[in-house]
Design a binder for this molecule. Sequence first.
Ligand code: MN
Ligand code: MN
Length: 467
Amino acid sequence: MSEGKELKDMLFNIKKSGWEHQSDEALTDIFKFAEEYMYYLNSSKTEKEIVSNSKEILLKNGFVDIEQKETLEAGDKVFYVNHGRSLYAAVIGEEPLTNGMRIIAAHGDSPRIDLKQNPFYEDGELAMLKTHYYGGIKKYQWTNIPLSMHGTVVKPNGERIDISIGESEEDPVFTISDLLPHLAAEQMERKLKDGVQGEDLNILMGSIPYNDDTVTERVKLNVLDLLNHKYGITEVDFISSEIEFVPAFKARSLGLDYSMIGAYGQDDKVCCYTALRGLLNVEMPKKTAICILTDKEEVGFNGVTGMCTLRFEDFIHEILDKKGENTPSALQRTFTKSKAISADVDAGYDPNYPSAFERNNTSFIGKGITIVKYTGSRGKSGASEAPAEIVAELRGIYESAGVKYQACELGKVDKGGGGTIALTLANRGMEVIDSGVPVIGMHSPYEITSKYDVYAAYKGYEAFYRG
Ligand code: MN
Ligand code: MN
């Protein structure tokens, strides 16, 4: 090795592909973990399904509902499900809770198409549904793709009916039609953001009229009759429903080398799964390890199941109570000593749109877990910037665990930006840093990650819980 080469290796921060120089055993682990992740994705398309499937995984791995425990001691594993839409899991540590916790928080909600509360109408003898999209989407991406229908209808007597249509091969799927190019001259002149508008996102539901020509709206009637036979529901029941339409595609290996994953909802289900799996490996940590799967991140963190909710405080109070540590100041002291990762995705470099990215500070898929000191937009507005001290600590943790990492921010300055739940945790008094997985095509119906990065996140999060 030349002197200059040696010096460069020592002084430069060179970000090499994580795939280089991997042993056969390491590659086997990476690809096996990706298979398990894709299986989880295919059965967890919505925030409720994320919570119920994650709860199943926790139950199989020795976790119990915290309500079932009278007292808690080091090594105990508990969880709390909040309204079926967010979940907190803990492995109780050896040290008192007031010495601080190690928290990793990801979100289970993803951009999607929600039904309005009065969705049904008929036009051109086709049964249609009105929708209101959820989260930041490019609307044109959601037309003429297969959609599946997921959700819950609740009746005034408390009866809950869960609906999932379009995931199994025998099921029908649904779609939102876009205008054919032959008749789209006016539409094609519009700005891209206005090409397809919110009120154009109507779902095609059926086309067979009910067999009685003395009534009107027979196709709508037939659809409601089918729903009534299958689920015992009527039109008014949709007032108290949450029905989400999501891409019906399955998660698949992507690329001739199988190195990537194409799937809906990887923002932020990739961090949900890796944070959860990391926690399963933690036995008897020094500090209590907490995994949060929150909801409502894509619409601003609020609501009873969002990260701003005091339900999280309630969960920590319950741990303090059951450990016999609670005092009036214990919760705040616990938060102040705690350290957290806001586990969320970042924008991976996209060769189709190089001008959106600044190469020095952009994440690249396949180069490891991200470290994001600040988010926000246009002058870091809205950011909860991590102090350099916790950035250094996280680097140390990843380096000791042999986890490849890359420091990045979301695209070029002044191009746009984004925020995460980091600030909701920081506002509680803990040190927080964003760290997650680079994604290409974020918020599209088919997001792309690298299997290498998914595995790096899993190993990185596990190391962080251990401290
Ligand atoms: Mn996200
Ligand atoms: Mn997002």
